[in-house]
Design a binder for this molecule. Structure first.
Ligand code: FES
Length: 181
């Protein structure tokens, strides 16, 4: 059978079955296929894009607020009680570590008179202090060279107006804990 004859037979069949009950279904399917085939309009595309950006912006704002309102177990434990900061072996002579007690940075160090812990926030403009015995036995604020005593936290020199807040240090067995004084 030639192609032309085949097309003619199909056309005859469609003409003969125009009023058959299945015709509506066929027309509906054709309309659906047509609408799916239609390219996405620019307006619809922009609307979808705006929807995505609104959702992502909301999640960026809401997630930190929820994180703040429902603190993690680890942070809550640090804020409420004492915090395990390491073992005696971690703090050889002159060694130090800055840890997070709740949301506060605390410097824990092995001073010439034993373990000490102070707020790691400089009382001048808030820089994080350090303890480097190779340069000085003091706690030093790197921003404006403020010096604090590694034993008491008092100001030795520089612009800091007040001493560093001290925290309690407890050594149990081989573990070292820090907590609010
Ligand atoms: S911030 Fe520490 S000395 Fe200025």
């Amino acid at each position: 059978m030639s192609e032309l004859a085949g097309i003619r037979r199909i056309a005859d069949w469609v003409a003969a079955n125009q009023n058959q009950p299945g015709r509506e279904w066929f027309m509906n399917v054709s309309a659906t296929v047509e609408s799916v085939d239609r390219p996405v309009s620019r307006r619809r595309f922009v609307r979808v894009l705006l929807g995505f950006s609104v959702v992502s912006s909301l999640s960026m704002v809401v997630a930190p607020v929820i994180g703040f309102l429902i603190p993690s177990r680890k942070r809550a434990a640090g804020a409420a009680g004492r915090l395990l900061v390491g073992t005696v072996d971690d703090f050889g002579p002159g060694r130090s570590k800055v840890v997070a007690l709740g949301s506060k940075p605390v410097i824990v160090l092995n001073s010439p008179k034993g373990m000490r812990a102070f707020s790691a926030i400089c009382t001048h403009l808030g820089c994080i202090v350090g303890y480097d015995v190779s340069q000085s036995p003091d706690i030093v604020s790197p921003c404006h060279d403020g010096h604090f005593s590694a034993i008491s936290g008092t100001v030795i020199s520089g612009p800091p107006p007040a001493p560093l807040k001290e925290y309690l240090v407890a050594v149990q067995a081989n573990d070292i804990y820090v907590q609010e004084a």
